[in-house]
Design a binder for this molecule. Structure first.
Ligand code: C2E
Ligand code: MG
Ligand code: MG
Ligand code: MG
Length: 279
């Protein structure tokens, strides 16, 4: 009996694996066509400026509307895009689309709103990145000072010299640079002193546990205090409750982002929330 059970387990396992591989192949093939078929789209999550009590801007978050599989989240398709190199054209599309959307909001009464766009490791290292970004900024006519590019901490911390010169070149286009998911990597805060970045985003994992885990609370407090010493602005990600928001406010955190303020929204729904906070 147990032998039979084991056999069934093996069958199940292998068919699951087969499905996984099939899905992966399907996604990889589909992704090659996703751009031209206009299956990619952006949602926008507001960032609340705690001092001003206003929406400072939005972070563009990509989604893929797959014709057969439905909505695919970035955790699943960004790694594939990275491995295949498709992230380069897809990333350019995302930056252009986000800048154009910000311009549309400007025309709808959303003047001065910021827009944040994520850059993955491969994009950051791509030759010609700075020229591409400059081109998109010019083409869309956006004020570069409204644009923030987010790179993850792990990416940021190795290859120090290269990082610094790359960040400096990006900065020269007039955009601001943010370190995303901060606290998850191995770096010390003092590392940041050398990096020309303007914003730190505290990873969601610390924020979500800080009210019940004193270690996480201590990390959040330390990041905010030291970031301010380095004259960086701090955003807390993943704020889901009023209690978290109030705690972060008490620590002098500059901006918050998370489901408590709003989930990522379709572009048409954003200005309404901006105006609601302005009232
Ligand atoms: P990220 O840049 O750290 O974005 C924050 C993620 O946390 C988003 O997931 C967002 O929907 C989610 N989030 C925001 N507030 C909350 C909250 O209160 N609770 C919880 N549980 N989650 C919250 P999403 O949209 O699935 O994106 C995941 C990651 O994929 C992003 O992490 C980013 O690294 C990457 N990504 C998204 N869009 C792009 C893109 O256009 N280009 C590149 N290269 N990467 C992207
Ligand atoms: Mg981000
Ligand atoms: Mg993040
Ligand atoms: Mg995160």
């Amino acid at each position: 009996r147990s032998k039979l059970g084991g056999g069934n387990d093996f069958q199940l396992f292998s068919s699951e694996m087969k499905e996984e591989i099939q899905r992966r192949v399907q996604l990889e093939l589909g992704l090659r066509r996703a751009l031209e078929r206009e299956e990619l789209f952006l949602l926008y999550q507001p960032l609340l400026d705690l001092d001003a009590g206003r929406i400072q801007g939005h972070e563009a978050l990509m989604r893929w509307n797959h014709p057969e599989l439905g909505i695919i989240v970035p955790a699943e398709f960004i790694p594939i895009a990275e491995e295949t190199g498709l992230i380069v054209p897809i990333g350019q599309w995302a930056l252009r689309e986000a800048c154009l959307q910000n311009r549309r909001w400007e025309a709808e009464g959303g003047q001065g709103l910021g827009i944040s766009v994520n850059l993955s490791a491969r994009q950051f290292q791509q030759r010609g990145l700075v020229e591409d970004i400059r081109g998109i900024l010019e083409e869309t006519g956006i004020d570069p000072g409204l644009v923030t590019l987010e790179i993850t901490e792990n990416l940021a911390m190795n290859k120090e010299e290269y990082m610094i010169s790359r960040l400096r070149a990006l900065r020269e286009t007039g955009v601001r640079m943010a370190i995303d998911d901060f606290g998850t990597g191995y770096s010390s805060l003092m590392y940041l002193k050398k990096f020309p970045v303007q914003i730190l985003k505290i990873d969601r994992s610390f924020v979500s546990d800080m009210l019940r885990d004193e270690d996480d609370a201590e990390i959040v407090r330390t990041i905010i205090a030291m970031a301010h010493q380095l004259k960086l602005r701090v955003t807390a990600e993943g704020v889901e409750t009023e209690g978290q928001l109030q705690y972060l406010r008490g620590l002098g955190c500059d901006m918050v982002q998370g489901y408590y303020i709003s989930r990522p929204l379709p572009a048409e729904q954003c200005i309404r929330l901006v105006k609601q906070y302005d009232e």
